[in-house]
Design a protein. Structure first.
Length: 572
RNA sequence: GCUCCUGUAGCUCAAUGGUUAGAGCUGACCGCUCAUAACGGUUAGGUUGGGGGUUCGAGUCCCUCCAGGAGCACCA
């Protein structure tokens, strides 16, 4: 049985994610995971929270909590929201786990053994008032170039000039505002990515089927200017994974931690270890997913992420794995997404602009969001969320096309034949044509899903739903019932069976609605349909069903206006 | 500034260099009455951002201009 390893970019811990974050990684990853499971593949779908780094410390300080406690609480919150959106992770881990500590230190040790770690002395700004070193972006001052007084240490937002923190006039801490700063010498470890440049280049070249969005970013970093630069992988922070060489201390690195972007991708691997432990499994059980010398040779590994994550997944993380010279699995396919904008601007976590995961679930069930976000996923370019588009798309596709089909079929049958699949008649010409059409459309749908063409798959699924309404209109069982009830029975038998088929093939997009339909049809036959003729004959004459509650209520104009108003401002 | 991406119907998007550039939504008209005033059908709507070039043939390749977006490494 084919095995698919799927990871979604791991969301940062410092708050609740917005819909743009969701549609850029976790949601399409879940769609793919559910589909691959439904097709009979063995799937391991992993995600986690990314918990280290300065923003986590600052968010914890703002919440007046110790950072580890803050992370535990936010992890719980994010896990709950993920469950609310029906994200079917096999494990939702934490980059702060013991497993990740061990593995990150292990990789660092291997890289050092292989001569790929360099110790570099550099000057960093230390703030006495904050009791910490300040990363570039947490130092503010006056730009020497344009005089803008809120320039950051890495770049002036006003004149866009690249800066060094020591260039700033009257530098101050962006955290406390303190001007009691001092430039101190500090030693850091650098990963010699430049030594792996040719290997990475060849590896990227071998990925001819990757989207241009993905490979062009990698190529840019590989070839621009002096080529791929070495990367610092340690920081002067308290919160993080202590710098160690495997199990051993690292002389001169006392009190330092690994840089968050070094340990975060390793959590993809550590998460499998967490999963195994949580399931009461052995090391061999997760090695068979990650070690090509232990059974992972035939695993297909697919990553999902927003475009901002691409450099780390195409270069830094592969450099870590290649540099270890151990048989860890490299990614086979990267599916990257552009940004979803909100009503004319960007979604923004820091500014609280847009709709956030918790708010979304407060106003509508997960399936509404899943459908709209996935059928409008920003695959080829940035796309935009507006309340009008959301209302229009959801009402038309879910309520009118799918929901109403279920409603008209089940209610007609109840009133004419009772709440069971009617007997009599044989497959009509209209029915035969529908089966043939759906056979073709199903092939097209699965081809799009296999290729992870999310929008195209959604469009084809919608066409499959619409074909049901078209069939009913042509067959008109409400007319034939008066003169030829057997004929009407045969058509309705087909239509009722179609509901079950729709439930099965729509489940990756609409897990809750799918479950509701299967329950209404009183069946647990969920095998993926191989051919339509067989699939639409699964429920036999005499099989009972119930008319389901309204599957998708429409969004009214007043509701839409209320929400547009409620979410027009900034979240406090 | 440098690099890359995008620009197609009122809107959202399709079209391995190959018939007359296609779908959905919206609009108009017709039909149906089983159904969530839902459904089906017909139809309108385009100098493919502008200009040049390559080619038997260009939305697609090249040049240039215009407009929008993204990335530019220690930021997560």
């Amino acid at each position: 049985m084919p095995r698919i390893l799927i990871t979604s970019a791991i969301p940062y811990i410092n708050g609740i994610k917005h819909l743009g974050n969701l549609v850029g990684s976790q949601l399409p990853a879940d769609l793919f995971a559910r589909y691959m499971r439904a097709r009979g593949n063995e799937v391991l779908f992993l995600c986690a929270t990314d918990e280290h780094g300065t923003p986590a410390e600052l968010a914890a300080a703002k919440a007046d909590m110790p950072v580890d406690e803050y992370c535990t609480q936010m992890h719980r919150t994010q896990a709950k929201l993920a469950a609310g959106f029906r994200l079917s992770f096999d494990h939702f881990g934490r980059s702060s786990s013991a497993q990740n500590h061990r593995l990150t230190q292990y990789f660092a040790g291997k890289l050092a053994e292989n001569g790929l770690i360099e110790e570099v002395s550099e000057k960093q700004v230390y703030s006495h008032a904050d009791g910490r070193f300040l990363p570039d972006r947490y130092i503010e001052g006056t730009c020497p170039n344009c005089g803008y007084d809120k320039a950051r240490g890495d770049q002036c937002e006003n004149c866009t000039k690249q800066l060094d923190p020591t260039d700033l006039i009257d530098p101050r801490s962006a955290i406390s505002g303190s001007t009691d700063l001092e430039v101190r010498e500090t030693k850091h470890l650098y990963l010699r990515q430049s030594a792996l440049k040719d290997d990475l280049d060849a590896w990227i070249d071998s990925k001819a089927d990757w989207p241009i969005l993905t490979t062009s970013i990698a190529k840019k970093w590989l070839h621009d200017g002096d080529g791929l630069q070495d990367r610092g992988i340690t920081r002067d922070l308290n919160w993080g994974i202590p710098v160690k060489k495997g199990d051993e201390d690292w002389p001169g690195m006392e009190g330092k931690v690994f840089y968050v972007w070094f340990d975060a991708p390793i959590e993809y691997i550590a998460c499998a270890a967490e999963w195994a432990e949580a399931q009461g499994l052995e090391e061999a059980d997760w090695w068979r997913w990650w070690r090509t010398d232990s059974g992972a040779e035939d695993v297909r590994y697919v990553q999902f992420m927003g475009k901002d994550n691409v450099p780390f997944h195409t270069l830094s993380f592969p450099a870590t794995i290649m540099g270890s010279q151990e048989p860890w699995k490299l990614v086979d396919y990267i599916k990257s997404f552009n940004y979803l904008n909100y009503d004319g601007g960007q979604f923004s976590t820091s500014q609280g602009r847009g709709v956030f995961m918790d708010q979304a679930l407060e106003i509508l069930p997960a399936d509404y969001w899943r459908w709209w976000l996935l059928s409008n996923a920003p695959e080829t370019s940035d796309s935009e969320f507006t309340w009008e588009k959301f209302q229009g798309g959801v009402n038309k596709d879910l309520a009118d096309v799918l929901g109403n089909f279920v409603s008209r079929v089940t209610k007609f049958c109840r009133s004419k034949f009772g709440e069971e699949i009617p007997a009599g008649g044989t497959l009509t010409d209209e029915g035969q044509r529908l089966v043939e059409e759906l056979d073709q459309r199903l092939k097209s749908y699965t081809a799009h899903m296999d290729a992870i063409d999310v929008r195209k798959a959604a469009a084809e699924l919608r066409a499959i739903w619409a074909a049901g309404n078209e069939f009913l209109q042509g067959a008109a069982p409400w007319t034939s019932f008066k003169t030829d009830p057997d004929r009407a029975a045969a058509d309705i038998r087909l239509a009722l069976n179609l509901i079950r088929v729709y439930a099965v093939i729509s489940a990756p997009f609409l897990p809750d609605a799918s479950a509701t339909l299967l329950e209404a049809m009183r069946t647990d036959a969920t095998d993926w349909p191989e051919d339509m003729a067989t699939a639409v004959a699964i429920l036999p004459a005499g099989h009972g069903f119930v008319v389901p509650e309204t599957l998708f209520a429409k969004i009214g104009d007043e509701e839409r206006a209320d929400w547009a108003e409620r979410f027009s401002g900034i979240r406090s």
